[in-house]
Ligand binder design. Structure first.
Ligand code: HDE
Length: 718
């Protein structure tokens, strides 16, 4: 007799690309046209294990010894190769952005920029080029947790027909410092303190805030990093920014300034701090797992590429200097024009070969794109090449498949560590007289890269321009552009971080800067620290009060209206109503969301109809922080059993405290009472008692959070 079918405990995913053990020849991404590893196939169709030299291995369990109990022999080349390779498995991690996660995809042009640039990638609408994207946190080590309060890197490599274009951006459009010479100081201050090597992946410590409080130009970026931008719900729900002003050049060399924006098609969303702290414990891989699962599930993350285009006249009339990387250009002043889309549709075959070895360099721009004089960008153009040579061991990192251009290449650079693509033929110098065929590649003044012919009569000097001197006005503009809940989160974040700072004078120095941004914010933080307000910091330029709020700067104001791409957690027990469960799954799937089942035991439950339902999580392994919304639909008996279970009570009380929508059966309500919340149920706690109820519940989920609840929950806590 065939056993009864078991319902899936999660949204069914598409089948993996290839069954494990098959076609491993592609796993290491062979260099194109070079031929990869071949695998000798035995009669049974299974690949034979070989050494790196391709020699078949007879025994991988025992090293070669002189007698069964004798000494190991130096002659065992398989053992020595295996061990030597293992000894060399680690390469230096990135000095910043060490923890990252990448995926493949494509960029497609939807609106031509042929009128302002000759860049090949911006010419033909509908044309696609391959892309690789690596997201990252900045401060933490490679093994740190995903939900650190931190900036996220958003590095995009487009393999264009005229060479690789690396747009190495962040999820925040401004930066802490104005001159690259301060970067080592900033990063030293942010990373673990050198004597004790902690705290890991946190800015909540003395050194960071000491440096920041002595660097007023960082105040705008600090507003962003203390906002929920620094704790995104998913890499799929965050914006990316090129940050610097770049140039676009047409065939005549005319320049248009440009700022690049990536806008997530699923809109913006973040978590709250208490949730982030708990996610880091429950699933330190939360972001990478989310990206992996959504791509493997066929729900491909996508971003629109937007540009803000402006000319010298606008730059001259703008309130701030367009070369100052601590400033943005409000979208109200220069609208973002969408010109393309980036879609990530393929996970990596091998994390190390691709995500770890990918080498982004800001100086990689194809003809038609050029740099501005932003002093941060100028410094970065040196740093990235230098760092890749150190990290990847030599100048031939472009031979690694993930870094190799996909367009033809021809040059005379040769040799060095790991040279795999040395030029062919007799000639390796230029000029030469071997004629058009044998003489190798030549320059092309028309097609080749040209820089903007800028004239500069200024003397050589070490000086910050006067036009970089206003450190507070845009920080204020960011703050007043936030909803009240978001403003509260900024105050809470500053209070949290500064409460970890041991030296009171450093805490107060930060508050003295806040006074130049917003008096209420400064007062809230001072109160949170239990301190009196200090005098305001001396400002080089007074804060402008006339800048208007910019709607684009709020996350909540730019959130989704639907549950698409989001995840519902469904708590069930034996006896949960089958029809209700089925209706819930149908509605959430129809809305483009996914679901996962949480049960008292990982073996699953038996629903009211007698059907078996598989679980994805046991309750303590699947806390509510992992979900965008939860449905708690135990049977009444099941709820009685769970009422005394601390992880179950945490599940519902956290969902409530984090302002999530909660669907509740009768049993679910009993659990809310067990958690002490029985008399607090609000509009976000939606009854799920019959198969008719899920439609209204799922319709409400598009708002994602019941923010009105937050003030209530916090007031109760005080
Ligand atoms: Fe980076 N940055 N950075 N950075 N950065 C690196 O390059 C640097 C800056 C950014 O996923 C390093 O390969 C300097 C701004 C991302 O592989 C290094 C300065 C922005 C990534 C480096 C900056 C970024 C990096 C470390 C100040 C946003 C990860 C390892 C002048 C626009 C890329 C590496 C990846 C990585 C230097 C400031 C984004 C050391 C000197 C501003 C997304 O070269």
């Amino acid at each position: 007799m065939t056993p009864p079918a078991i319902k899936s405990g999660e949204t069914p995913r598409k089948a993996p690309k290839a069954p494990p053990g098959v076609d491993i020849s592609t796993s290491y991404g062979e260099p194109q046209g070079q031929g990869g590893e071949t695998h000798q196939i035995a009669g049974n169709g299974v690949a034979t294990l070989t050494t790196q030299q391709g020699i078949p291995v007879a025994d991988d369990q025992n090293s070669l010894k002189q007698g069964a109990r004798g000494p190991t022999l130096l002659e065992d080349s398989h053992f020595r190769e295996k061990m030597f390779h293992f000894d060399h498995e680690r390469i230096p991690e990135r000095v910043v952005h060490a923890r990252g996660y990448g995926a493949h995809g494509f960029f497609e042009l939807t609106d031509s920029l042929a009128d302002v640039t000759r860049a090949d990638v911006f010419q033909r609408v509908g044309e696609r080029v391959p892309a690789f994207v690596r997201f990252s946190t900045v401060a933490g080590n490679k093994g740190s947790a995903d939900l650190a309060r931190d900036v996220r890197g958003f590095a995009v490599k487009l393999y264009t027909n005229e060479g690789n274009w690396d747009l190495v951006g962040n999820n925040i459009p401004v930066f802490f410092i104005q001159d690259a010479i301060k970067f080592p100081d900033l990063i030293h201050a942010a990373k673990p303190e050198p004597d004790r090597d902690f705290p890991q992946a946190q800015t909540a410590h003395d050194n960071f805030w000491d440096f920041i409080s002595l660097t007023p130009e960082s105040m705008h970026m600090v507003m962003w990093t203390m906002s929920d931008r620094a704790i995104p719900r998913s890499l799929r729900f965050m914006e990316g920014f090129g940050v610097h002003t770049f140039r676009l050049l047409d065939a005549e060399g005319n320049s248009t300034f440009v700022k690049f924006h990536w806008k997530p098609q699923l809109k913006l969303q973040s978590v709250v701090w208490n949730e982030a702290v708990k996610i880091n414990g429950a699933d330190p891989d939360f972001h990478r797992r989310d990206l992996w699962e959504s791509i493997e599930g066929g729900d491909f993350p996508a971003w629109d590429l937007g540009v803000q285009l402006f000319d010298q006249e606008f730059a001259d009339s703008f309130d701030f200097d367009v070369l100052d990387p601590t400033k943005l250009i409000p979208e109200e002043l220069v609208p973002v024009r969408v010109i393309g889309r980036l879609v990530l549709d393929r996970v990596v075959d091998n994390f190390f070969a691709e995500t770890e070895q990918v080498a982004f360099c800001t100086q990689n721009v194809p003809p038609g794109i050029d740099f501005s004089n932003d002093p941060l960008l100028q410094g970065r153009n040196f740093s990235y090449l230098d760092t890749q040579i150190k990290r990847l061991g030599g100048p031939n990192f472009t031979h690694i498949p993930i870094n190799a251009p996909r367009c033809p290449m021809a040059h005379f650079q040769q040799d060095g560590h790991m040279a795999m693509r040395n030029p062919r033929g007799r000639v390796n110098y230029e000029p030469n007289s071997w004629g058009p065929q044998m003489g190798g590649p030549r320059e092309d003044p028309v097609r080749g890269f040209q820089s903007f012919a800028e004239t500069n009569p200024e003397p050589k000097q070490r000086l910050r321009p006067e036009s970089f001197a206003d450190h507070y006005s845009q920080a204020r503009q960011f703050y007043i552009s936030q909803t009240p809940v978001e403003q509260k989160h900024i105050g809470d974040a500053l209070t949290f971080e500064l409460s970890k700072v041991e030296r009171a004078d450093i805490r107060l120095r930060v508050v003295s800067h806040l006074l130049n941004i917003d008096a209420d914010l400064a007062a809230t933080v001072a109160d949170g620290l239990g301190a009196d307000l200090p005098a305001p910091a001396q400002a080089a330029v007074p804060t402008r009060q006339d800048l208007q709020p910019s709607a684009a700067l709020s996350i909540i104001g730019n959130g989704p209206q639907a549950f698409a791409g989001r995840k519902l957690g469904i708590v069930v027990t034996n006896g949960s109503d089958t029809a209700l469960f089925d209706a819930l799954v149908e509605e959430v799937t129809a809305a483009g969301g996914v679901y996962e089942v949480i049960a008292p035991k990982i073996g699953g439950v038996t629903l009211s109809s007698g059907e078996a339902l598989a679980a994805k999580h046991k309750i303590d392994g699947g806390p509510s922080v992992l979900f965008d919304a939860v449905a708690v639909i135990p049977s009444v008996e099941g709820a009685q059993m769970l009422a005394g279970d601390a992880p179950t009570r945490d599940f519902v009380s956290d969902a409530f405290a984090h302002c999530k929508f909660i669907g509740l059966s009768q049993g679910g309500k009993a659990l809310m009472s067990a958690a002490g919340l029985g008399d607090k149920l609000d509009d976000g706690c939606i009854p799920l008692e019959s198969a008719d109820d899920p439609a209204a519940f799922v319709a409400a989920l598009g708002k994602l959070r019941v923010w009105d609840r937050e003030l209530l929950v916090d007031a109760d806590a005080k």
